[in-house]
Design a binder for this molecule. Structure first.
Ligand SMILES: Nc1ncnc2c1ncn2[C@@H]1O[C@H](COP(=O)(O)OP(=O)(O)OP(=O)(O)O)[C@@H](O)[C@H]1O
Length: 247
């Protein structure tokens, strides 16, 4: 079943201004949805509502027919900063969420090994976090997010703090892992290129009225190549949608 947003709005009490208005959106199981839009248009607010970290002031959010009322292990969030625990090593970090959620030990082992392998982290599993590069830390965070086996993964610019080469590498790895697992992913990015590379659909948020300007399906085969003509055409189309912006 899908994630459905019905006429969702959010007005923060202290500002009294609507950050989000009339958001209607449906994300199908297994879909990779990317969200772009000018800085401050409400992308993270939207993610926080879906995560249940904030409550909408209008409308409702349904996951598998059930209204979202707060955070839950059905929805795993991954932020720009890796949020790993420095006192735990790589494998302990990867298992942490499963442990908290009462996943049996044997199952923890199976899932941890699976995603360690997919993220090419096997040889680093006993490393301390401070021994890893920024890119490797985000790979650990990705592995941890996938082991949760949630209905949906919510990612808020997970690669934006990394250098271009590392973030390009990681987006390819994320695509590979998604093609193998077909998890549902809600992915915020500042990079239109990243959105066209990863998304089945790209949601363009409106900078002015707190709504959605357009939803662009990306009909390109995977893996995608950033220098293909069609890829470039999609990039231009989406950039134009955002126009007036600071991209
Ligand atoms: N807790 C809050 N209280 C009051 N205003 C808030 C709160 N959280 C966000 N806002 C406001 O809502 C607007 C949207 O913020 P949000 O972080 O969702 O935008 P964004 O599109 O993710 O921005 P960026 O791309 O820069 O990360 C901003 O004007 C911000 O100041």
């Amino acid at each position: 079943m899908a994630l459905i947003l019905e006429n969702v709005g959010k007005t923060f009490e202290n500002t009294g201004q609507a950050t989000l208005k009339n958001i209607n959106l449906e994300i199908q199981p297994g879909e990779f949805l990317c969200v772009v839009g000018k800085s401050g248009c409400g992308k993270s607010t939207l993610l926080n509502l879906i995560a249940g970290l904030e409550a909408p002031t209008e409308g409702r959010i349904l996951l598998n027919g059930k209204e979202v009322k707060g955070p839950s292990s059905e929805r795993t969030v991954m932020f720009q900063e890796h949020a790993l625990f420095p006192w735990l090593n790589v494998i302990q970090n990867i298992k942490f969420g499963m442990k908290i959620n009462g996943v049996p030990k044997e199952e923890q082992e199976i899932r941890a090994e699976k995603y360690l392998k997919m993220m090419q982290l096997e040889q680093y599993k006993d490393y301390a976090i401070h021994q890893l590069s920024g890119g490797m830390r985000q790979r650990v965070a990705l592995a941890r997010a996938f082991t949760m086996d949630s209905d949906i993964l919510l990612m808020d610019e997970p690669f934006s703090a990394l250098d271009k080469q590392t973030s390009n590498h990681l987006r390819k790895e994320l695509q590979d892992i998604w093609m193998q697992t077909h998890k549902t992913i809600f992915f915020i990015t500042h990079s239109v290129e990243e959105a066209v590379y990863l998304g089945d659909k790209v949601v363009v948020m409106s900078g002015e009225n707190g709504g959605i300007r357009n939803i662009v399906p990306i009909n390109l085969e995977r893996p995608r190549h950033v220098y293909d003509e069609e890829f470039i055409a999609y990039r231009h189309k989406i950039l134009e949608e955002i126009q007036g912006g600071d991209y």
